[in-house]
Design a binder for this molecule. Structure first.
Ligand code: NAD
Ligand code: UDP
Length: 349
């Protein structure tokens, strides 16, 4: 199918970790992803990687999502060339919890302000389908696991967490104000891994905060030792439990959510939250052991103190996404860790 005959969808943050993998999944599903990124936390090589995997010169625009004039022009140009946008997948945001504590206004401006500009532009151009990157961080420490979408929000632990709660509220109000708005709020659990080709993956800048990039960098010798943040939690082995899902499973969930938006009645407005996870929890020590087993690599690690603000144990009840989006994860933890390692090996030391 030529680019022109495919439904075009905007992927903000399309050069980033999850956006780039989703662009590949969208292309596979017959969409033309229009990538937009200001390259604040990404490299142009990710765009080349997506193009290489898709074997197509997909459109990329270096635009800041807060730049309303440039957005407006992009939407108009796509309309004028006969490929109006059919939907938006909004990934563009800052995502580092610690940084958000130091720079709360920057986070509010980019994450909440960026969404506001995007929604105003979308409404002006009649683009009503929006898929939003939210996070299980909105739940804080849940009183019950697995956590379902009806679990109450806790007071946000960080300015980053607050931006996700605030964006969900802005999107809910937006949907209520606009006839025919269809909004999917996707609450991700812990995305890990990389495209199996190892052409695209996660590119953490500096010292990683997240477990998997720290672990793979330790295995490859970039870091000396992984510190396990606490082993005195009330969990089976004392370490924290999370729900790790493969980034390609997450990418495919976005395709399912976009299709869900497109099948909603054109006159009714709807906003729906979906948990995206495997439904299984894994502890930090289980992750290390699984990684060592499937890759044959040793991970030097030691037990350290707890990290401030860590949730003890959280995993998803993904049954709503299974039922309403016909989506569930297809790759297990071992596969996700193998793909994460393949990507790290490609990056090298
Ligand atoms: P990422 O940093 O790799 O990707 C985000 C991309 O958005 C980057 O390429 C960055 O350059 C771009 N960007 C940021 N601000 C922009 C702006 N104003 N205009 C244009 N582009 C801008 O992050 P990711 O891991 O791919 O996360 C994508 C989304 O998913 C984010 O909204 C994040 O908060 C959310 N999320 C991520 C995780 C995770 O563990 N990675 C978990 C839950 C939710
Ligand atoms: N973690 C760890 N050592 C690290 C990084 C993370 O023990 O160097 C733990 C962390 O305490 C948490 C789990 O790994 O229990 C996942 O952490 P990550 O930052 O990847 O995700 P999040 O805490 O946001 O769910």
């Amino acid at each position: 199918m030529s680019e022109g005959s495919r439904p075009h969808v905007l992927v903000t943050g399309g050069a980033g970790y999850i956006g780039s993998h989703t662009a590949v999944a969208l292309h596979e599903a017959g969409f033309c992803p229009v990538l937009l990124d200001n390259l604040d936390n990404a490299s142009i090589e990710a765009v080349s990687g997506v193009r290489e995997i898709c074997q197509e010169d997909l459109p990329f625009h270096q635009i800041d999502v807060r730049d309303g004039a440039s957005l407006d022009k992009l939407f108009s140009d796509l309309y004028a060339q006969g490929t109006p946008l059919q939907g938006i997948l909004h990934f563009a945001a800052h995502k580092a919890v610690g940084e958000s504590v130091a720079q709360p206004a920057r986070y509010a401006s980019n994450n909440v302000g960026g969404l506001a500009v995007l929604l105003e532009t979308a409404a002006k151009h009649g683009v009503n389908n929006v898929v939003f990157s939210s996070s299980c961080t909105v739940y804080g420490e849940p009183s019950q696991v697995p956590v379902s979408e009806s679990a109450p929000f806790q007071t946000a632990e960080s300015p980053y967490g607050w931006t996700k709660q605030a964006c969900e509220r802005v999107l809910t109000d937006h949907a209520q104000s606009l006839a025919g708005a269809h909004v999917a709020l996707l609450r991700y659990f812990n995305p890990i891994g990389a495209h199996p080709s190892a052409i695209i993956g996660e590119l953490p800048l500096g010292v990683p905060n997240n477990l998997i990039p720290y672990l793979t960098q330790t295995a490859s010798g970039i870091r000396q030792k992984l510190t396990v943040f606490g082993n005195d939690y009330p969990t089976p082995d004392g370490t924290c439990v999370r729900d790790y899902l493969h980034v390609m499973d997450l990418a495919e969930a976005h395709v399912a959510a976009l299709k869900w938006c497109k099948t909603q009645a054109s006159t009714s407005s709807v906003v729906r939250a979906f948990n995206l996870g495997t439904g299984q929890g894994a502890s930090v020590l289980e992750v290390i052991q699984t990684f060592e087993r499937v890759t044959g690599q040793q991970v030097a690690h030691e037990i350290g103190g707890r990290r401030a603000g860590d949730v003890v144990a959280i995993w998803a009840d993904p049954s709503r996404a299974q039922k309403e989006l016909a989506w569930s994860t297809q790759r297990d933890l071992a596969t996700s860790l193998q793909d994460a390692w393949r990507w790290q090996e490609k990056l090298g030391r």
